[in-house]
Design a protein around this ligand. Sequence first.
Ligand SMILES: [Zn+2]
Length: 59
Amino acid sequence: MRSTRQKQCDRCSDSPSVLYRVQMDESGQWFFVCDRCLPTLKDNNSAYRYGGTWKAKKR
Ligand SMILES: [Zn+2]
């Protein structure tokens, strides 16, 4: 059974324990990206918006 606590990065399909919720275009759609992909999205992107951090770890 797949863990429902895992999310994938929308850019590289990695499944890190922390993802960042961001908007990267004018559609207003939210994406989840890892910390490696995050800088590449922020670069020269006026539509970039940060919406919070998602963590897989459960307390
Ligand atoms: Zn990624």
